[in-house]
Design a protein around this ligand. Structure first.
Ligand SMILES: Cc1cc2nc3c(=O)[nH]c(=O)nc-3n(C[C@H](O)[C@H](O)[C@H](O)COP(=O)(O)O)c2cc1C
Length: 467
């Protein structure tokens, strides 16, 4: 298992980390360089960021393989999203709680009061219309007011001034509920941002867990040893001892501030967040500032894909348990198709009305975290000879098996989740229902070309050399 610096060293040893010593401007110029390196699935270290006192590291987790290396797989050996999903499930079954330690590398330097100066940090402004510089890698730590347990999530945070920032909690996040609780009780609340943490914790923080499960226990399970935690300087929160940097803050509910950022699905997202006052910054003497390029880019999307594991699983099991007649099912939830899910189901229909009825029932179903219709843009039903896991095969069915207009339906004015940025407020957005099955009357004619006996052939038998 690798810690944060271990992963950086491995990437450097493999020649997969570019060091950039030329001075770069944190406004746009750095993002433009990050974008090219991230696309190459390489890591970067900006050694000289204009006006800042820390170097910027990133591109560490822009391929699933890197997640595997951090979790102990052999560098170079294949490691897939399914492998990662399996590691998560195993860690959920075998969580390891964190342990508190008295001293920590992240306490090598402690800044309070006038020593706090956020513009010291090399925080990039990424896109033309972003509200300002955003910290994008931070694992935000807060306390659940009902259970007292620590909660961790990745939240973008906008720098507002020398000692103020806005930690953005989406309406789906646990942090938003804690904000609401504190505000309703007329209290402020502490939050801490941990930058440059163990990769296992970075992954666990991105994961959407039920309220009774802990991201810290999950991270311990993933890395096979507890996450070390140390007390904050200015609150009762505990934070990762091995982090590069901790920003301690107190969220005061004096008003919300707009923050606009180019998001994972390739659109701007306008959100609002309360203002937080920074009460301390602690860091390693030679701290590196970890920045994830925002937008529809590899590191953000690869890390974000972890959050989709549980949403996909919940949708699939909800539909399988609520509907009958599904032979196979796939949920595509990938930024290449925006922020919305696309569901494909196969069935063995008995009449031409069945597929549309199945789609309608699916749109009405509960989906685990949210109703299916809130998060799903399109549901397609195919015959069982089409591979639901292969979007190419599904597209083929859509363009070879549909001649009647009623096999496409547009469902208007459906309530949507907030990340569908084109939805029209109360009027919601459209949904697509597509019956891509063959009509019953075509069943015997429109056959896929098949080579008889092909499935019994083993190519190796034909490639053996003569002895
Ligand atoms: C790079 C990145 C940025 C993210 N930004 C935000 C954000 O600004 N607000 C938010 O609520 N969730 C954001 N998320 C998703 C959350 O981290 C994720 O949903 C997490 O489970 C939320 O934790 P919580 O529900 O315990 O609060 C982001 C995820 C990633 C990978």
């Amino acid at each position: 298992m690798l810690d944060f610096r271990g992963l950086v060293s491995l990437l450097e040893q493999r020649g997969e980390l570019y060091r950039i010593s030329r001075p770069v401007d944190p406004e746009f110029e750095m993002a433009a360089v990050m974008a090219q390196i991230d696309q190459q699935r390489r890591a970067f270290l900006f050694e000289n960021v204009i006006g800042a006192r820390f170097p910027v590291i990133g591109g560490l987790l822009n391929r699933i393989e890197c997640f595997g290396w951090a979790l102990g797989s052999t560098p170079g050996a294949p490691f897939t999203a399914d492998d990662l999903d399996a590691r998560f499930e195993a860690a959920k079954r075998n969580p390891i709680p964190p342990r508190e330690v008295p001293t920590a590398p992240v306490k090598e330097v402690v800044r309070r009061g006038a020593q706090i100066d956020l513009p010291d940090l090399p925080v990039p402004t990424f896109f033309e219309l972003d509200t300002g510089p955003f910290i994008t890698s931070a694992c935000g730590i807060s306390r659940n007011p009902n259970t007292g347990h620590l909660n961790v999530g990745v939240y973008r945070s906008l720098i507002l001034g020398a000692n103020t920032l806005a930690v953005n909690a989406s309406s789906l996040s646990d942090l938003r509920k804690f904000y609401q609780h504190a505000e309703q009780h007329g209290k402020s609340m502490p939050v801490a941002l941990a930058i440059g943490v163990e990769p296992a914790l970075q992954m666990a923080a991105a994961c959407k867990l039920p309220p009774d499960q802990s991201e810290l226990d999950l991270a311990g399970g993933l890395q096979g040893r507890p996450i070390d935690l140390v007390k904050c300087e200015t609150s009762d929160l505990l934070v990762p001892a091995n982090a590069e940097m901790i920003i301690e803050a107190e969220v005061r509910f004096t008003g919300n501030i707009d923050n606009n950022l180019g998001e994972f699905a390739g659109q701007y997202g306008l959100e609002t967040a309360p203002i937080a006052e920074v009460t301390a910054i602690t860091h390693r003497k030679d701290a590196m500032f970890y920045s994830i390029l925002a937008g529809r880019n590899p590191e953000h999307n690869t890390l974000g894909s972890i959050a989709t594991f549980s949403i996909r699983r919940a949708l699939i099991s909800a539909l399988r348990s609520q509907l009958s007649g599904i032979i196979d099912i796939e949920v595509f939830l990938e930024p290449r198709m925006g922020a919305m899910a696309h569901i494909v189901m196969s069935m063995d229909k008995q009449n031409d009305a069945e597929p549309m009825a199945l789609i309608e029932a699916a749109f009405r179903a509960a989906g685990g975290f949210f109703p299916v219709s809130h998060i799903t843009k399109r549901i397609i039903v195919v015959d069982q000879d089409v591979n639901v896991h292969d979007l190419g095969d599904v597209e083929w069915a859509m363009y070879t098996r549909i001649a009647r207009a009623e096999k496409y339906r547009v469902i208007p004015e459906v309530k949507s989740w907030e990340l569908e940025r084109c939805a029209k407020g109360e009027k919601g957005s459209l949904r697509l229902a597509i019956d891509a099955t063959k009509d019953i009357e075509d069943r015997e004619d429109m056959l896929r070309p098949i080579i008889p006996g092909a499935s019994e052939i083993s190519l190796a038998d034909y490639l053996q050399k003569k002895s």
